[in-house]
Every structure is written in C-alpha cells, then in structure tokens.
Ligand binder design. Structure first.
Ligand SMILES: *Cc1c(COP(=O)(O)O)cnc(C)c1O
Length: 388
C-alpha cells in the first residue's frame, strides 16, 4: 500500500488507485471462457483446465474454482507442489500431473492422489513401489512423444508396454494416453497433422487393449483449431484465461481476457528540455514536458525490455513510457499540457475509455508470447479478484 494520499490533487471524477502494482483478475471471465470452450467441444469431450504456474499468473486456486464453475471437469498442473496445493482444496475432480515427478518426489506425488504421467516400464515400476507403502491406487497416463522431444516414449511399442505394465500392477490403473503438439498455434502447419496421425494410430491400439483409457492431446490452440483433436478431453490453459493462443486478438477469438494490470501516478514533475529520466539517461526531453512516475517495475514483472517500448493508459489517454524500466518504477511522458495528477489510475494491460492495451500487445513489444507476460508477474504484484 502507498503512504501517499491517493486523492491528493486528483481532479474530481478521475479514476484513482492506491495499490502500487495490482493485477485485477475476473473469475467470472475465466468461468465464461471455460463455458465458451466447452461449447466448441465435439464428441462429448471434457474440458481439463490447466492451472500450472499459479494459474498462468492469475492465481491457481481462484483459476481452478472458476474453471470448475465454468464446466471444467478436470484440472492439470506440472509440479508436485502444485498438485499438493490443488489436492488440499478437495475440489472433487481428477488432477493430472503433466510432467514426471523427480525421482525423489515420487512418494510425495503419489500422496497427492494426482494422476501421474509415465512412459516406460521402469517408471511404472518406480511409481508402483512408491504407491505400495501408501496403499494407494495411482491412475497412470502414458505419454507418446510425437514430436516435442521433451517427455514421452519415442515409439508406440514402448508406450504400449508401459501401459500394459500399469495394467498388470496391483497398485496402478491405466487411465490415459496422451501426447502434446509442437505447432498447434501455427495454423496450416503440416507437422500438426503428422502428430495427430501418429497419436491416433497409437491411441486406437491402446484403447483396444485397455478400453477404459482416455485419449487426450489438444492444448488451447488445437482445441480451437481442430475438432478432430478433441478426443476424450482437451487440456486448455491459455484460453481459459482469455488470452489468445494465436497471439492475435483474444476478444475476436471469442474469449474474455481475465487479467488487467494497474498502478497509479505516484509523482508528477516538470522536465526541462535537455533533462533526462532514469538509469543511463535513456530518455532526454527534447522540449519542456512533465514526467509521471508509476510505481511498477521489473521487480513486479513489468519487464525491462519494455524500456522506451510501451504505452500506458491514464484518464482514457495513451502515454508513452520513457526512460529505463527500473526494478520498482517506470516513468511516463505526460507532455507539457497534460492534466494528469498524482493518484490517477494507470492501466498497463486493459481498457481505459477508448483505449485498450492487451497482454498480446505487451508480448509483441518484447518479442515474447502472452503466456510469459502473465506468468512473469511476480508475487509483489497484488492479485485482486472480481474488482468492480
Ligand atoms: C501447459 C500445457 C497445456 C496447456 O497449453 P495451452 O497452450 O496453455 O492451452 C497442455 N498440455 C501440456 C502438456 C502442457 O504442458
């Protein structure tokens, strides 16, 4: 919280804020995005909401609850800590771990009750050894590597051997078969069809041997792009947060961005022509102007690569960020005639009057993707839910 009076010197009716770096997250937008995705699903496919990495920066618990309210029937995470945190919420739906637990974490992974990923008979054996003393049956999803070359077995034979091993273990239950696409977000790419073809062939054989296993492959992009990839369930992350898997306009895709990012004007000062702002003097005023200091910086997740390379919205107007992004603040050129006063609300991602800055816009400015922008918001940025 700020120690300045946020109302000091504020024009009547101006929108004000008093939290230095604040992400406002709409859980109803997350729920609506899940409803939208479900409306697009074919063949009775279920929606598994991916809430890893603290719900892509939106908050894991809030994202999970909102996704279930929107009709998701499964949740997926990556780490044992994430699985344990979700399990503690007792949400009553299956939790899938998308990556293998480190060998030393297997017992902890089993103890969460999550469904685990494996692809070799050795891994299956190790999970069974961890499960036996806990007296727990573990659901196993075996993964075929069809082209990401990260995790999974390279051949259908190896993957099927792992599945058979799970079926013959007292402590394990074969629950799923899956793969992951490398180019789902590049419409028209042929490698996607090649991965689909390889996986379908393998999944067909897996289901002949073990009729109860569920097949899943699609991330958000594949879900939106290719109904044939929906299978038994889809694993959607980015789209449930209302962000565009294709890095375009999420609203045009039919999604509602769930997160906006705000700060406030903490200080306004004149800058005479020739004076500079920030480290390295990377902004030198060409004419007399006024500079606003906004207390959000790379320590909050507003990346340094945005230096002289982003805009902010204040009072329904767009202003250029100028000078090096510091750890704790940025400076904005208000231009000499601006009426912006301390305390004014600043929107870094979101809509203000006629102006809008999307997460995709910010990502494009620094050569990354929307995923990295929201995941990169640090713990110092307050998350506030269902504001206004
Ligand atoms: C993160 C992840 C997803 C979700 O991908 P989005 O593009 O965010 O929908 C799906 N599957 C796996 C294996 C993942 O790691």
């Amino acid at each position: 919280m700020t120690s300045i009076d946020p109302q000091a010197g504020v024009a009547p009716g101006a929108r004000t804020a008093s939290i230095r770096a604040e992400a406002r997250v709409s859980t109803s937008a997350i729920a609506a995005n899940c409803e939208f995705l479900r409306s697009r699903l074919t063949g009775g496919a279920e929606l598994c909401a991916v809430v890893k990495a603290d719900g892509y920066g939106h908050g894991m618990e809030q994202a999970a609850r909102a996704a279930l309210a929107g009709g998701a029937t499964r949740l997926a995470v990556v780490t044992v800590e994430e699985a344990a945190g979700l399990a503690d919420l007792e949400l009553g739906v299956p939790i899938l771990m998308l990556a293998p637990a480190a060998p030393g974490d297997l017992a902890a992974a089993v103890a969460t009750g999550a469904e685990l990923t494996a692809w070799s008979p050795e891994q299956i054996h190790e999970i069974a050894v961890a499960a036996a003393p806990l007296g727990r049956e573990v659901a196993i999803h075996v993964k075929l590597d069809t082209g990401m070359s990260r995790f999974g077995a390279k051949t259908a034979e190896e993957t099927l051997a792992a599945l058979d091993a799970a079926a013959s273990s007292e402590w394990l239950r074969p629950a799923g078969v899956w793969t992951h696409f490398a180019t789902a977000d590049e419409p028209g790419d042929e490698f996607f069809s090649e991965q689909m073809r390889r996986f379908a062939e393998f999944a067909g054989e897996a289901k002949r041997r073990h009729p109860d296993v569920l097949a899943h492959a699609a991330n958000s992009a594949a879900t939106l792009r290719e109904p044939a990839a929906h299978l038994d369930f889809v694993r959607c992350g980015i789209a449930i947060y209302g962000l565009d898997p294709f890095q375009g306009d999420a609203v045009a895709t039919g999604l509602q961005p769930a997160l906006t990012l705000h700060s406030y004007v903490a200080s306004v000062r004149p800058l005479a022509a020739g004076e500079s702002a920030g480290y390295g003097r990377r902004f030198v005023a060409q004419r007399d102007t006024r500079i606003a200091t906004i207390p959000i910086g790379y320590g909050d997740g507003w990346r340094r690569a945005l230096t002289n390379n982003s805009d902010v919205l204040i009072g329904g107007r767009r202003f250029a960020q100028r000078g090096t992004v510091s750890m704790d603040s940025i400076t904005v050129d208000l231009e000499a005639d601006s009426s912006v006063l301390p305390g004014a609300l600043v929107t870094l991602i979101g809509t203000d009057g006629p102006e809008r800055i999307t997460t995709e816009d910010v990502a494009r400015q620094i050569g990354t993707i929307n995923y990295e922008v929201t995941c990169g918001l640090t713990a110092r940025t307050l998350r506030r839910y269902d504001w206004g």
